[in-house]
Design a protein around this ligand. Structure first.
Ligand SMILES: [Zn+2]
Length: 263
């Protein structure tokens, strides 16, 4: 993989919002210097689909896993299936997995989220794959689980929304922090300050498209080409030129996800 490209490390171009336009979106990404798009599964069905996209398009890679908002009681068959998909070299991680207490208020369902999060961490360890973690309003439990159950696993806290303290803990664990559209928002709160404090070597850029469109396209449908706006903002905050940020964040992505170079 070349260094003069950007990688959108977290996307969902499998979304129905891209139906009929997927080819055009990918062409637009390539024309804007994007060299890799990692689409994250969030259900069993979408995990299969993001892998199909990865097989169809050179530029696409995949994460397979069950998202907390889609949590269900997973059985052996589900884990076996994830493991079969994960054998494919274009599957770079188990993801996206984690906890979402913003959308889920029910105590039992939160417990189910924690259970399948831990089970999928175990699967990642068995398969020797990194993980992509979704964490919304569940910072305490997410960090506790990662410390207890995440031994030997590397990963990224995607769409980072935690405190500087949590960011520093993740850096200590050799983890990465994923930043996307909110970094560019005028009301971005503490994220720009956190990004200034955290070494560039620990930051990944992502879109989370079709959601989270950055400035100057905020409110529109997001797409991988717009990861450039996130990288530009990161360069501005770090006082670095764009090329340095592009090169380093691409190296970071390859370091966390070695299959980007093998798949
Ligand atoms: Zn996502």
């Amino acid at each position: 993989m070349k260094e003069n490209i950007l990688i959108d490390t977290h996307a969902h171009i499998n979304s129905e919002k891209f139906d009929q336009e997927r080819g055009k979106i990918i062409t637009n990404a390539i024309e804007n210097g994007i060299g890799g798009i990692i689409n994250m599964g969030d259900t069993m069905e979408s995990s299969q689909y993001v892998l199909e996209l990865a097989q169809e398009y050179d530029i696409c890679y995949a994460g397979v896993g069950v998202h907390p908002e889609e949590a269900f009681e997973m059985g052996k068959r589900d884990f076996d299936q994830l493991a079969i998909w994960a054998k494919n070299k274009k599957v770079v991680c188990i993801g996206e997995i984690g906890l979402d207490y913003y959308w889920e208020k029910d105590g039992e369902k939160r417990a189910l989220q924690r259970r399948i999060f831990i089970q999928q961490l175990d699967l990642a360890r068995q398969l020797n794959l990194p993980v992509c973690v979704h964490n919304r309003d569940a910072h305490g439990d997410t960090m506790e689980i990662l410390k207890k159950e995440g031994r030997g696993i590397r990963g990224v806290m995607h769409c980072f929304s935690g405190s500087l303290e949590i960011a520093r803990e993740l850096v200590k664990m050799d983890w990465y922090i994923g930043v996307d559209g909110p970094l560019t928002f005028k009301n971005a709160a503490k994220l720009p300050e956190i990004v200034k404090e955290i070494p560039l070597e620990r930051i990944l850029v992502e879109t989370d498209c079709p959601y989270m469109a950055p400035q100057p396209v905020r409110g529109k449908r997001n797409e991988p080409a717009y990861v450039r706006f996130v990288a530009e903002k990161l360069a501005e905050l770090k006082g670095l030129d764009f090329e340095t940020v592009q090169k380093q964040t691409t190296l970071n992505a390859i370091s966390l996800y070695p299959r980007l170079e093998q798949g």
